[in-house]
Design a protein around this ligand. Structure first.
Ligand code: GLN
Length: 538
């Protein structure tokens, strides 16, 4: 029977609940148990796909084409599992379903209310995900901070679910912050006590407290927390700030988080196998080389907007014992070519990531031109591929007016056009080409060598594509189309094999990189940059 672990957060937002939920998943997996993670998000958007990355950070895309919260990226990276649309539930999607049912007449005669209709729908999402994966453990993180009005239906639903599952089958973990007051030299427990009190007023008593803290928790504070929050002393878990997020599972293991949870759930303790993870963390903490990689995008003020790209670059570095420093380059600052050159002068490689809309495009084109003309290792992602093709068409094919229909309604040379099956699409939510599609690799190309196979599957999120009518001309001018859709119509990867690393893809490889299994395209970029740096030194 599946056992349930609910994770809530209190005191402040951005506590890293997602990392705690992902880390616990990792610790259970390391004991040989199967685990799924699910995220409840209390906002009214049906999914985060329509939100600005400035608001919400990255939209993480799953194999089955769901646009989800970035915490799903953490879950996948920590537990090495592929999740899907059942793993992210928003208030918007819950209300949409309930209202749909109401209109159909499913509740005929009833007054439709938050309790029981909304809460029942939330509970059915828990059951749905359990049924799909049938895991030993189902970890559910509730977004937001305890006390928020909008998360109340979720809290009530998990209160009911916990009660229905019965004692020993479901527990909840509350993550809080212990602020440190330098003037008195103390860690303060009061905000956590208040937060647990609020949780209790909703009928939910947490079994485990995970406390974010800068300093070790003294015995007296630990006892105070246990006593006033009605939690056993060994279930007050310290979670210190770590050098890397990948160290958090090891720190929580040392604190006994997983063992305590297993005991409470009446499940046999097993010895965890964390050897390879420990090795990974050791490598991360003791790099022998360093490298600086630029990310030239327009959402650079919020690093969470490109979180999977950043993680993928770091993963590729880990494999080479190299630390990767990110330089954020606002593409709007690169519109002037001299400024662009200056911005790229101190980096070892550059990534042009995905994005939407015309703002910053001319700057991205300059970045790509510089990378191409100066053999700066380059990786283009989604919009990054589209810009690569525009740049090549303009500066090599001399189609100076080449553009994408996304940026210009009627360009003379629309080298990037809207996909045929997107032309009739109305509305924005979940309507792009989304999720995993196969791509065939051309033998002997850089991409084929990097992947080491003929057919790959990668995740997509786009409306536009390379205009097929220009592919021959671009190819004749030297741009290699190394990856195509199975029907040969859609360009998936382009490359310039004469350069050390110049590759761009229509898909998002960053969603499939794992800390201990870097993605081949990121690995290729980092390897090339390291090699160049090494050569420069010699
Ligand atoms: N805006 C482009 C498109 O819709 C690229 C999307 C992206 O980078 N995810 O095709």
């Amino acid at each position: 029977m599946t056992k349930y672990i609910f994770v809530t957060g209190g005191v402040v937002s951005s506590l890293g609940k997602g990392i705690v939920a992902a880390s616990l998943g990792k610790l259970l997996r390391s004991r040989g148990y199967s685990v799924i993670n699910q995220k409840f998000d209390p906002y009214i958007n049906v999914d985060p796909g329509t939100m600005s990355p400035f608001q919400h950070g990255e939209v993480f895309v799953t194999d089955d084409g769901a646009e989800t919260d970035l915490d799903l990226g953490h879950y996948e990276r920590f537990t090495d599992t592929n999740l899907g649309k059942f793993n992210n539930v928003t208030s918007g999607s819950v209300y949409q379903k309930v209202i749909e049912k109401e209109r159909k007449g499913d509740y005929l005669g009833a007054t439709v209310q938050v309790i029981p209709h909304i809460t029942n729908e939330i509970k059915s999402r828990i059951v749905g995900a359990t049924k799909q994966f049938n895991p030993d453990f189902h970890i559910i993180e509730i977004g937001g901070t305890i006390g928020d009005i909008e998360s109340l239906p979720f809290i009530e639903a998990i209160r009911q679910y916990k009660a229905e599952m019965g004692y020993g089958n479901a527990i909840s973990i509350h993550c809080t912050l212990l602020p440190y007051l330098p003037t008195s030299g103390e860690l303060k427990t009061k905000p956590s006590q208040h937060s647990v009190n609020v949780l209790r007023s909703y009928g939910l008593q947490p079994e485990i407290l995970v406390c974010r803290t800068q300093k070790p928790i003294p015995k007296t504070e630990r006892e105070k927390l246990a006593l006033f929050c009605s939690i056993s002393k060994d279930a007050v878990i310290e979670c210190r700030d770590m050098k890397t997020i990948y160290e958090v599972p090891l720190a929580l293991e040392e604190q006994g988080l997983c063992s305590v949870a297993l005991k409470m759930l009446g499940v046999k303790e097993k010895r965890p196998d964390l050897k390879s993870w420990e090795k990974l963390v050791d490598k991360i903490k003791n790099p022998t080389k360093s490298i600086k990689v630029g990310i030239a995008g327009k959402y650079t003020k919020l690093s969470d907007a490109y979180i999977s790209v950043v993680e993928s670059l770091k993963h590729a570095g880990y494999a080479d014992s190299a630390s990767v420093e990110i330089k954020w380059i606002n593409s709007e600052d690169c519109v002037d070519y001299d400024c662009c050159k200056k911005a790229l002068s101190d980096i070892d490689a550059v990534v042009v990531p995905g994005g939407f809309g015309v703002r910053g495009i001319e700057g991205k084109l300059n970045v790509i031109r510089y990378a191409r003309e100066n053999n700066l290792p380059f990786l283009g992602l989604c919009l990054g591929l589209q810009c690569t093709v525009i740049e090549y068409a303009r500066n090599v094919l001399k189609l100076e007016d080449a553009n994408s229909k996304e940026f210009d309604d009627n360009p003379v040379n629309p080298v990037i056009d809207m996909m045929l099956d997107q032309k009739h699409v109305k509305g924005y939510g979940g309507t792009m080409r989304l999720g995993a599609y196969d791509c065939h690799l051309k033998k002997g190309t850089v991409a084929h060598k990097a992947y080491g196979k003929d057919v790959i599957s990668e995740r997509h999120r786009h409306r536009y594509e390379v205009n097929y009518e220009y592919i021959d001309r671009l190819a004749q001018a030297g741009l290699v189309f190394s990856g195509m859709s199975p029907d040969g119509m859609l360009a998936e990867i382009v490359e310039l094999p004469k350069l050390d690393w110049f590759v761009a893809c229509q898909f998002h490889p960053e969603f499939k990189s794992r800390p201990d299994k870097p993605h081949p395209l990121f690995k290729g970029l980092i390897d090339a940059a390291l090699k160049q740096k090494q050569k420069g030194k010699n």
